[in-house]
Design a binder for this molecule. Sequence first.
Ligand SMILES: [Zn+2]
Ligand SMILES: [Zn+2]
Ligand SMILES: [Zn+2]
Length: 278
Amino acid sequence: MQARCRGTTARVQALLLGSGDAFGIPRAGCLCPQCVEARADMSHARRRSGLLLRTAQGTVLVDASPDILQQLDRVGLAPGAVDRVVISHRHGDHCLGIRDLAYTRDPALGPLPVHATTDTQAMLTAVFASILRPERPYLRFEPWGAGTRVEHAGFTLEGFETHHNAAIQTVSPCITAQVDGVVRRIAYATDMGVVVPSARERLQALDLFVGDGTYLGGPGYGHPGTDGTIAIARALGARLIALTHVGHWGVDAAHARAAVADDVVICRDGDDLCSLLA
Ligand SMILES: [Zn+2]
Ligand SMILES: [Zn+2]
Ligand SMILES: [Zn+2]
């Protein structure tokens, strides 16, 4: 039985706003068991990837998917409740919601700080020039890369290279925070190929590895498959393993559960990762 904590009021939260892959579940028009189940019971539906780190001091959003406004509304937050954003890479499921988020935020709050790699910055600048006009910038880019540290609201995020796609920079956060008085470390790697040596150095003593669940079983298209993700997490010595960025597996939840090792959590939208650490 997976540990779950929905709508928790815990002081430190790491809320999975979306646990799906690039296209979400259900897939339009698909009648496979996974999609049929998700339509019948929305708790099995998956929006695209996003993680909201939240304490009484503020928030950090990791990745702004095209679903971001609905995702925030689902947890009762306005766009202005997001203090800063870290974008892992420039694939659309991780960054194309940034315009909606920046546009709908209270202008009195000023430009939204967005930590992004140089190639993500270039892509967003080309696509969304209107939110970067010098006379009225809706967002402000900040650095993000392997080794970059972002500290906000009691969280420290340190970037590590995930080698997801040779053509683009992909840098995921290792998150450190005090949860119930204990310092915890969570690696959050939605899109990951292999562990490069510099990442291995940064991913010691992990309490939780939240990894790439795009494909059930073997690898494909820059993703390691669930078997590969679990092997990566075990090799790193992570105490707990969870899968997110869950793809179109084509099987219902019971069959998905049976296909993955018992001690590995298959995340769902709305999960609080901190609740897994108890
Ligand atoms: Zn993705
Ligand atoms: Zn389907
Ligand atoms: Zn990607």
